[in-house]
Design a protein around this ligand. Structure first.
Ligand SMILES: Cc1cc2nc3c(=O)[nH]c(=O)nc-3n(C[C@H](O)[C@H](O)[C@H](O)COP(=O)(O)O)c2cc1C
Length: 156
């Protein structure tokens, strides 16, 4: 399966904090190996409601749709914040319980990746290539990299 080409079209990064499930769209991410562990690295900007949940719980799931059935929902979850909307309700999502983490995934034809954060690093502005800084960080809003150890991965 060509995971990266599906991820590029958009995926749901889901968190659960104080019992509240929230999801946001991502289309960037890294899959690799660190300290002999399989990892998924996600980049989350300071302004995202999701960031607080990640910092507090250290757990997330990534739902990578394998068809185009979630196009509308990916736009909604990529433009509206969980601060203002119950996105799960607004999108009418069914959820599936995580197998290992206490975070559900979005029920759809997808690849689900469950992760526990093992390394967190806010990007250092001075280390960003000037062209990238100009293109992506004009207004600040820096990304934090969350390196999630993959604790379960399965197709739904
Ligand atoms: C296609 C697409 C990809 C996105 N990728 C990211 C990303 O990798 N990191 C990020 O911080 N925001 C990304 N966003 C923006 C967030 O999904 C958006 O700001 C969302 O409303 C944040 O939700 P939250 O405030 O509930 O966390 C993306 C948006 C779209 C439409």
């Amino acid at each position: 399966m060509d995971i990266l080409s599906h991820l590029k079209k958009g995926a749901f990064l889901t968190t659960k904090h104080n019992g509240k499930v929230n999801t946001m769209t991502i289309s960037w991410g890294n899959i690799g190996i660190e300290w002999n562990e399989d990892v998924f690295i996600t980049m989350v900007r300071d302004s995202r409601y999701t960031k607080n949940a990640l910092d507090e719980t250290g757990e997330f799931s990534v739902t990578v749709p394998l068809d185009d059935s979630m196009k509308k929902e990916l736009v909604f979850c990529g433009t509206k914040s969980g601060r203002d909307f119950d996105k799960i309700k607004e999108c009418g999502f069914d959820l599936i319980d995580g197998k290992v983490v206490d975070v559900p995934a979005i029920k759809c034809h997808s690849l689900v990746i469950e992760c526990k954060v093992i390394y967190t690093q806010r990007m250092e502005e001075v280390l960003i290539n000037p062209q990238m800084k100009e293109a992506f960080y004009n207004s600040g809003d820096i990304h934090t990299l969350y390196h999630g150890k993959i604790v379960a991965m399965y197709e739904v």
